[in-house]
Design a protein around this ligand. Structure first.
Ligand code: KG4
Ligand code: ZN
Length: 360
C-alpha cells in the first residue's frame, strides 16, 4: 500500500510518499520533503498564523511535486501528475492553526476529487506517535509492542496516553496550560535566544549548572497525571526580569529550566507506570528531539521497567513532517472520507478520530 501524505498544521509544509507491505509491523518512507518556515517566524519570536498560511500556499505545490519527483520548473513542459502508484491520499486535518491546516486539506481534497484516490483524514498527534512505526535500519527487528505508553511533547501539546492496539488511544494526562515546547519557546524568548527555542535552550543548557536555580515542578504534589508549565515559565520570568545576565548565568537558567521540565514529565510517567502495565514506551513530538529528556527517560525506564523498549524517532521525525502522517495513515482503519466532507479542525482530540462523528 502506497500513501501520499501532506502535513501543514503549523509552520512546516511537508509531503511524503510512504509504503507499508500487507501486515508489516513497519511503514517505510519512499520520499519525504519538508519546507520549514522557522526563519520567517524568527523575528516574531513564534509562529505568526497569517504568515504561516500564506507561506503554505506558496510552498505546497513545489513540496508536493518534489515528493513525487516532478519538475515544476521546466519551462518547456508542463509536468504530468502521475498518481497511478498511489493507493491512498492522507492529510492532517487537526489539531493546529486553522489557516495552515486548510491549505493542506484543500490541496488533498482537490487531488482526491481529480484522481478518485481515497482520502484518509489524519490526526496530527497520531502522526507523532506513529513516527515510531517508521522503519529505521537499527531497530527494524523490534517494532513497538502493545500495550504501550506514549508521551507526546510538542509546541502545542503535552499528552501522556496508553494504547492497547493500533488506533486505540487512552488519555492518561495532559497539560492544563502551556505545552512543554511552548515553555521552551517562551523561556528562550526571555533569554533572547530566538525561535524555535527548544534546540537553543538545550544547546545552552549543556554548559550550565542544572541545580543553580530551584524552579517549580508543575502539579508535583497533586494526585493527577496532568502537567502544568505556566508556573515554571513565570518563575523563570521573575528570575531574569530586569537583569542583564552573563552567558554563563543564562546557561544556568537554561539548564535548571530544562531540568524542571524533564522532572515534571518523568514524575508523571513514573506515577503512570505504577498503575499501567506496558510492554513498550513511545516518545514523540518536537521536544522528543531533546537529548536530556531522551537520556533521562531511558535511565528511568532502565531502572523501573528494564524489559520495556523505548522508541524515540530520529530528531527530524520528532518535529513536524509528512512521513509520520503517512505512517499513521498506513496503520489506520483505512476508512476514507469523501472530498466534500473533509474539514480542518483547530482542536481535535485523538479519541475523536471516529469518522461517523466527524462526517455528521
Ligand atoms: O512537533 P513540533 O515540530 O510542532 C508541533 O506540533 O507543535 O514541535 C515543535 C516544538 C517547539 O516548541 C520547539 O521548541 C520544540 O518542539 N523542540 C525542542 C527541541 N527541538 C524542538 N524542545 C526541546 N529540545 C529540543 N531539542
Ligand atoms: Zn507536531
Amino acid at each position: 500500500m502506497r500513501i501520499l501524505a501532506v502535513e501543514t498544521s503549523c509552520d512546516e509544509t511537508a509531503a511524503a510518499v510512504v509504503e507499508r507491505a500487507p501486515d508489516s509491523p513497519w511503514a517505510v518512507t519512499i520520499k519525504g520533503v519538508v519546507a520549514s518556515q522557522a526563519k520567517l517566524h524568527e523575528k516574531y519570536g513564534g509562529v505568526y498564523p497569517e504568515v504561516a498560511s500564506r507561506e503554505h500556499s506558496k510552498q505546497i505545490l513545489p513540496v508536493l511535486a518534489e515528493a513525487l519527483s516532478l519538475n515544476l520548473y521546466d519551462r518547456d513542459r508542463l509536468p504530468m501528475l502521475d498518481l497511478h502508484a498511489i493507493d491512498y491520499l492522507a492529510v492532517t486535518i487537526g489539531p493546529g492553526l486553522i489557516g495552515s491546516l486548510l491549505v493542506g486539506v484543500q490541496t488533498i481534497a482537490t487531488l482526491g476529487l481529480a484522481s478518485g484516490i481515497p482520502i484518509l483524514p489524519i490526526n496530527h498527534l497520531a502522526g507523532h506517535i506513529y513516527a515510531s512505526f517508521l522503519a529505521l535500519p537499527e531497530d527494524r527487528n523490534h517494532p513497538p509492542r502493545f500495550p504501550l505508553m506514549a508521551l507526546i511533547v510538542s509546541g502545542g501539546h503535552t499528552l501522556l496516553l496508553s494504547m492497547s492496539h493500533h488506533n486505540q488511544f487512552q488519555l492518561l494526562g495532559q497539560t492544563r496550560d502551556d505545552a512543554a515546547g511552548e515553555a521552551f519557546d517562551k523561556v528562550a524568548k526571555l533569554l533572547d535566544l530566538g525561535y524555535p527555542g527548544g534546540p537553543r535552550i538545550s544547546e545552552l543548557a549543556r554548559k550550565g549548572d542544572r541545580t543553580a536555580y530551584r524552579f517549580p515542578i508543575g502539579l508535583e504534589h497533586e494526585a493527577t497525571l496532568d502537567f502544568s508549565f505556566s508556573g515554571l515559565k513565570t518563575a523563570v520570568l521573575r528570575e531574569v526580569q530586569g537583569k542583564t545576565l552573563t552567558q554563563s548565568q543564562k546557561a544556568d537558567v537554561a539548564a535548571s529550566f530544562e531540568r524542571a521540565v524533564v522532572e515534571a514529565l518523568l514524575l508523571k510517567i513514573s506515577r503512570a507506570l505504577d498503575t499501567t502495565s506496558v510492554n513498550d514506551f513511545i516518545l514523540g513530538g518536537g521536544v522528543a528531539a531533546n537529548t536530556y529528556l531522551r537520556e533521562r527517560l531511558a535511565t528511568l525506564l532502565a531502572h523501573r521497567r528494564p524489559a520495556v523498549n523505548l522508541h524515540v524517532p530520529s530528531p527530524a521525525l520528532c518535529t513536524d513532517n509528512a512521513e509520520v502522517i503517512g505512517a499513521a495513515a498506513a496503520f489506520s482503519d483505512l476508512m476514507p472520507m469523501a472530498p466534500r466532507h473533509i474539514q480542518a479542525f483547530a482542536r481535535l482530540p485523538l479519541a475523536l478520530m471516529n469518522h461517523t462523528t466527524m462526517v455528521s
